[in-house]
Write a protein that binds this ligand. Structure first.
Ligand code: FAD
Ligand code: 2HG
Ligand code: ZN
Length: 495
């Protein structure tokens, strides 16, 4: 893709305006006026590259507003002057949406990090967009509540980023999607208009529910500045079981049994294959939860109000699936440390793979019965192309090897959401060519979704047609045009 010539190039005059608007030194990282200053370039670098080090832009200006009014004035100026922008939260997104493609201005909301209100009776929390997810959850924990979303990046991602990607995470099974839990939001449109829909009501059927458009819009319709969200009571008890299974069919049976036997206390059902677990072990050096090796593992979590009762239910469940031969082996966490240790085998997969080189990530929804077949078919295809070498070389091994180290599958099995990760020694265009559009075609043939929870970003912009028909894409484009007629918000991505 080429830089869109309609967008203006940044000048020192533009920067002078932003400086006068935002004042404080740390609010403007300016590599425009000082193009040769290496320390400014170093400061800007983290805003240009994404979590995976797969996508890298070339901005020379980062703005860090601290109020909605500042966001509004920035956008109005950008719109009037045809300056393209990228909204950015915690920069943990996995589809290249949060960093510039060319020289777009980064508008990072991390200074908008105030918790504004919490009502302990209704459980409604109101925060600014830049509040870190874990900070919000900690705040709620102290008040007996829980954030209805949890994910591996919680220490860095923002609530505004979560809403903008419609993040799903580890407990969607229990608490549902943000389309249901977000009650209201405030957002700023491209021309600076502040959309105040910071509703704190559970029910509100007055006209189109416009806030839903911003949930999952990935910064293409406006900048989300505030969010109000329904937060449940924090469950008094959390119990976790981890088990090994001999086949994906057995994992499906275990899921059915878990729903039947654990019912309302079931809060997560996650799948990991053996390859993913051996890579986590290689990176962390930790002792595996089970002695033997199995092709699949599942993590089952319950959340309820009575620890003893829940523990009993979970251990009865484990006994029954062991007895019936659905599960080959299993273990239960006895205390909070063990709960966390078991979760680390699941949550730690993306990070462990990140240490081993470049990862091609496909976040997909597939009818459950076919979920794991995608991993098998993809692996076969990569092997056939001569690109796979599963040797676990050590650091000093300099042998030139095929780029792909492993093809792994894991994910939110309870939501039929698979994460296919192709772990490589280095990003390599030959691997990408073998994977794309193969994976998307495979998904489309089975009426799946090419983006279950991570979004489209830059990565899947060209592929939206595999999951949405032309009528829907056309409607989406007309919404984009009416919210952002100049197209300054997160260009080159999404649609
Ligand atoms: P960013 O990465 O900064 O931005 C993401 C997108 O939203 C970009 O397009 C950006 O332009 C836009 N955006 C950000 N903030 C705003 C705003 N205030 N207004 C408008 N647009 C904005 N995702 C899941 O769904 N489930 C998971 O289980 C999960 N686990 C993860 C685990 C790890 C280790 C990592 C690194 C990522 C994971 N993610 C997961 C992906 C990611 O989507 C989430 O981490 C998170 O929702 C992104 O939030 P962020 O603040 O980092 O947003
Ligand atoms: C998870 O569930 C995240 O761990 C990341 O959504 C998945 O890295 C991935 O592919
Ligand atoms: Zn996920």
């Amino acid at each position: 893709i080429k830089r869109d010539a309609r967008f203006a190039e940044l000048t020192p005059e533009h920067v002078a305006y932003f400086r006068s608007l935002l004042g404080s030194e740390s609010a403007v990282l300016d590599g425009v006026t000082n193009p040769d200053d290496a320390s400014v370039a170093d400061d800007i670098e983290p805003y240009n590259s994404d979590w995976m080090r797969k996508y890298r832009g070339h901005t020379r200006l980062v703005l860090r507003p601290s109020t909605t009014e500042e966001v509004s004035k920035i956008l109005k100026y950008c719109n009037d002057n045809m300056l393209a922008v990228v909204p950015q939260g915690g920069n943990t997104g996995l589809v290249g949406g949060s960093v510039p493609v060319f020289d777009e201005i980064v508008i990072n909301v991390s200074r908008m990090n105030r918790i504004l209100d919490f009502d302990a009776v209704s459980g409604i929390l109101v925060v600014e967009a830049g509040v870190i997810l874990e900070v919000a959850d900690q705040y709620l924990a102290e008040r007996g509540h829980i954030f209805p979303l949890d994910l591996g990046a919680k220490g860095s991602c923002h609530v505004g980023g979560n809403v903008s990607t419609n993040a799903g995470g580890l407990r969607l099974l229990r608490y549902g999607s943000l389309h249901g839990t977000v009650l209201g939001l405030e957002a700023v449109l491209a021309d600076g208009t502040v959309v105040d829909d910071l509703c704190r009501l559970r029910k509100n059927n007055t006209g189109y529910d416009l806030k839903q458009l911003f949930i999952g819009a990935e910064g293409t319709l406006g900048i989300v500045t505030k969010v109000s969200i329904q937060c449940p009571q924090r469950p008094a008890a959390q119990n976790v079981a981890f088990f090994g299974l001999e086949s994906f069919e057995a994992a499906q049976q275990a899921f059915r049994e878990a729903k039947g036997q654990l019912g309302e206390i079931l809060s997560a059902f996650e799948l990991m294959d053996e390859t993913s677990q051996s890579l986590v072990q290689r990176v962390t050096g930790n002792k595996r939860p089970l002695e033997g090796r199995h092709p699949f593992y599942c993590l089952v979590e319950t959340s309820g109000s009575n620890a003893e009762h829940d523990a009993e239910k979970l251990s009865t469940f484990l006994e029954s699936v062991l007895e019936s031969g659905i599960v080959a082996d299993g273990t239960l966490a006895d205390n909070e440390t063990q709960v966390r240790a078991l979760w680390a085998w699941r949550e730690g997969i993306p990070e462990a793979l990140g240490h081993l080189g470049g990862t091609y990530k496909y976040d997909v929804s597939i009818p459950l019965s076919d979920l794991y077949k995608l991993v098998e078919d993809t692996k076969a295809r990569i092997a056939e192309a001569g690109l796979l070498d599963e040797t676990a070389e050590d650091k000093n091994d300099t042998t030139e090897r095929p780029p792909v180290r492993a093809v792994v599958g894991y994910g939110h099995m309870g939501d039929a959401n698979l994460h296919l990760n192709v772990s490589t020694r280095r990003f390599d265009p030959r691997v990408e060519q073998v994977l794309e559009p193969f994976v998307y075609e495979w998904i489309a043939e089975r009426q799946g979704s090419i983006s279950a929870e991570h979004g489209l970003g830059l990565m899947k912009k060209k592929y939206i047609g595999y999951s949405r028909n032309p009528t829907m894409v056309g409607l989406m484009k007309s919404i984009k045009n009416s919210f952002d007629p100049n197209g300054i918000l997160n260009p080159y991505k999404y649609l």
